[in-house]
Design a protein around this ligand. Structure first.
Ligand code: SF4
Length: 203
């Protein structure tokens, strides 16, 4: 038995399944918060996104999620607690129906919790994480969101209560269909799996 092999198979299979079951009118929450070209490239160059899923940083993040979700379930017995909750909501934009889909880390009563892990605590909470949680508030109708950061030098949480509006969601979807702005954030290209084939790569 090899644990490296177990981790590798787990990540590869999960990533493959997630990409293969995605319908043409489905947009994941993560598609909305990053560079819109990634949505396009994920369909064209599936293998590149699958390879990215086995990076040690990604695996460490997944393990922290699993641990935190299990701990919360143990410590918050008696509360209405759900982890890895699949959520979706339909929206009609310019005559076409889209399904916005996501998987919330934790929902406890009327609170939605997003767990973030990183080495550094510089500049937390990050703009794209706030955006992500605001999309989840729109998707779920939860009244309160918590961004929980677990970093090497700080554990901190931030309350977010304002959901995105239908208009803001529509603008994000339009940005996916137009492929602009690419990248959405200046720092993105340095961490992007598609940088090696992308004409819009900046850094
Ligand atoms: S390299 Fe930059 S512009 Fe190209 S897909 Fe990645 S993030 Fe977007």
């Amino acid at each position: 038995m090899s644990f490296v092999d177990l981790l590798y198979r787990w990540r590869i299979n999960e990533s493959k399944e997630r990409i293969e079951r995605k319908q043409d009118n489905e947009i994941y929450v993560t598609d909305l918060i990053y560079c819109p070209l990634k949505y396009r490239y994920q369909k064209m160059y599936k293998e590149l996104s699958i390879v990215a899923s086995v990076s040690p940083t990604t695996i460490m993040g997944e393990l922290i999620h699993i641990g935190m979700e299990k701990l919360a379930s143990d410590l918050l017995k008696g509360k209405n607690i759900m982890s890895e909750v699949e959520v979706e909501r339909k929206i009609n934009i310019d005559g076409k129906e889209y399904v916005i889909k996501g998987r919330a880390d934790l929902i406890v009563d009327n609170n939605i919790i997003e767990i973030k892990s990183s080495r550094s605590d510089t500049n937390i909470p990050h703009e794209h994480h706030i955006l992500q949680l605001r999309i989840y508030l729109w998707l779920t109708g939860c009244k309160r969101g918590l961004l929980l950061y677990i970093t090497s030098n700080r554990i901190a949480e931030y309350e977010i209560i304002e959901p995105l509006s239908d208009g803001e969601i529509s603008d994000l979807v339009r940005s996916i269909t137009s492929g602009e702005p690419a990248p959405r954030y200046q720092w993105e290209c340095s961490y992007c799996s598609y940088a090696l084939i992308c004409p819009k790569k900046r850094t």
